[in-house]
Design a protein around this ligand. Structure first.
Ligand code: NDP
Length: 251
């Protein structure tokens, strides 16, 4: 399917992107801004967020905002405070892209380390839960709100040695489905994207020997990211969609 949206489809929308400093999240923030959105850049490395901020300003898009936050240590109160600030500053929230993620350590199941398990589950699952809970009151005030989760091929088909990461992405898909069902009679649309192998730091960490030039870039997979945030994608709900449906997953 071709995902096309108008050049100004995201005008006047306020969209929060987690993990906006690098990889897919960085590109999503820049692309949402290029289509008219005011983006809120959440991440843990301020320098990277500032570089994205500068890129967005340089392309003439609406002025973004930065929220420095390490999802590993963030508490429910941090998320509630953040939403209060967003409501004060922008008066609204129309979209939330849960993109930040940790790969953790790939290992045989019996060697999954408890501390690493906790870190990955905290960032990839619990942070999504708490942030979503805090954001929902504001999202429900929007006429057309979007929640987009990020899964993986190993989030719907388990694979040896992908340990905690795969478990966390199954949980993410489950969270999306539960929420989509609960919110089916509201104006909040809830979906998940599986980016497929994409040229980023996380991908290089998982597959250090592969030729990264063979991979799609974050920019290549943006049409789906844009579509699910835009009015054009309003009818999609409760779906987990592959950004690269024709791609054979690597082993
Ligand atoms: P990257 O590692 O390139 O970027 C991840 C981003 O998340 C970074 O900006 C990183 O911050 C941020 N992040 C990580 N941990 C935290 C934390 N504790 N608090 C705040 N921010 C954090 O990954 P990708 O762009 O490749 O991945 C984006 C999403 O796509 C992830 O959910 C991933 O699981 C998923 N995905 C990616 C695929 C791929 O091939 N690339 C395939 C399938 C799914 P910092 O820059 O400071 O490290």
């Amino acid at each position: 399917m071709e995902y096309q949206i108008a050049a100004d489809s995201l005008k006047d929308r306020v969209i929060l992107v987690t993990g906006a400093g690098d990889g897919i999240g960085r590109q999503a923030a820049i692309s949402y801004a290029a289509h008219g959105a005011t983006v809120i850049l959440l991440g843990r490395t301020v320098k990277k967020l500032e570089a994205v901020y500068d890129e967005i300003e340089a392309q003439g898009s609406p002025q973004p905002a930065i929220i420095p936050l390490d999802l590993k240590g963030a508490t429910k109160q941090n998320y509630l405070d953040m939403m209060e600030t967003i409501e004060e500053q922008f008066g609204r929230l129309d979209g939330l892209l849960h993109n930040a993620g940790l790969l953790g350590v790939l290992s045989p199941f019996d060697q999954i380390d408890e501390a690493s398990f906790d870190d990955v589950m905290q960032v990839n699952v619990k942070a999504e839960l708490l942030l979503t809970q805090a954001a929902l009151p504001l999202l429900k005030k929007s006429d057309d709100a979007r929640l987009v989760f990020t899964t993986s091929t190993v989030g719907h088909s388990g694979r040896a040695f992908w340990g905690t990461y795969a478990i966390s992405k199954f949980a993410t898909e489950g969270m999306m489905q539960v929420l989509a069902d609960e919110l089916s009679n509201t104006k909040v649309r809830v979906n998940a994207i599986n980016p497929g192998g994409t040229r980023t730091g996380m991908r290089a960490q998982a597959f250090p020997a592969e030729d990264a030039n063979q991979l799609k870039t974050p920019l290549d997979i943006m049409p789906l990211y844009l579509y699910l945030m835009a009015p054009e994608g309003r009818d999609v709900h409760g779906e987990c969609i592959d950004a690269q449906p024709k791609r054979q997953p690597s082993k």
